[in-house]
Design a protein around this ligand. Structure first.
Ligand code: GDP
Ligand code: MG
Length: 187
């Protein structure tokens, strides 16, 4: 039977039987969304700040418990002028990475606003991972674990990782976990 949630599921079966999943990354500009993705896909890190224009979609094939998953990871610029694109961006997402910068309090406060977008687009029940990035900047850290814990409780998010797109800390773990959560959610 069709229900509201089914509309948002786009688990398309490819010819080779792999599962295609749309993962979106959201969070303020500058938190490291593009860098995290680059580190994961290419194991590369660029230090220049080039605000993303439009949307980039990266592909990654992963194998999880005997199945092939084709992750399509959408990376949108956090800048307000691109907010018009959001409907297209959010539509049909299977999982979300919602990200802030551990050294920028405003990006952490804004997580609530990003989460409101998920509610608005009816996505709050798909797998969500909260990510606090830039663990390498130890001295500049403003957000500590208990603050993240309390936010998770408020927003009903159960998975949190602290990452560094610079040194790679927990970067692969985020994507391994999200694949696992997508796989669980399909059951
Ligand atoms: P986006 O706007 O969220 O896509 O952020 P970017 O990936 O463009 O990164 C913004 C800036 O933060 C760039 O100068 C990156 O080099 C830097 N950056 C991203 N991730 C990290 C990190 O984990 N550690 C440090 N030290 N810098 C980072
Ligand atoms: Mg970017």
């Amino acid at each position: 039977m069709q229900n509201e949630k089914d509309e948002y599921k786009v688990h398309v079966k490819g010819e080779t039987g792999e599962v295609v999943c749309k993962i979106i990354i959201i969070g303020d500009g500058g938190v490291g969304k593009t860098s995290l993705l680059r580190k994961y896909i290419k194991n590369q890190f660029e230090t220049d700040y080039l605000p993303t224009v439009g949307v980039n979609i990266s592909k990654q094939n992963v194998h999880h418990k005997g199945k092939d998953y084709n992750l399509l990871i959408w990376d949108l610029a956090g800048q307000p002028q691109f907010f018009l694109l959001h409907k297209v961006y959010y539509n049909g997402a299977n999982a979300v990475i919602i990200m802030f910068d551990l050294t920028q309090s405003a990006s952490f406060t804004n997580i609530k606003n990003w989460h409101k977008e998920l509610v608005k687009y009816n996505l709050k029940d798909i797998p969500i991972i909260l990510v606090g990035n830039k663990t390498d900047l130890k001295k500049e850290r403003k957000i500590i674990k208990p603050m993240a814990d309390s936010l998770m409780e408020q927003l009903d998010i159960s998975v949190y990782f602290e990452t560094s797109a610079l040194d790679g800390n927990h970067v692969n773990a985020v994507f391994e976990k999200i694949t696992e959560m997508i796989a669980e959610n399909r059951k």
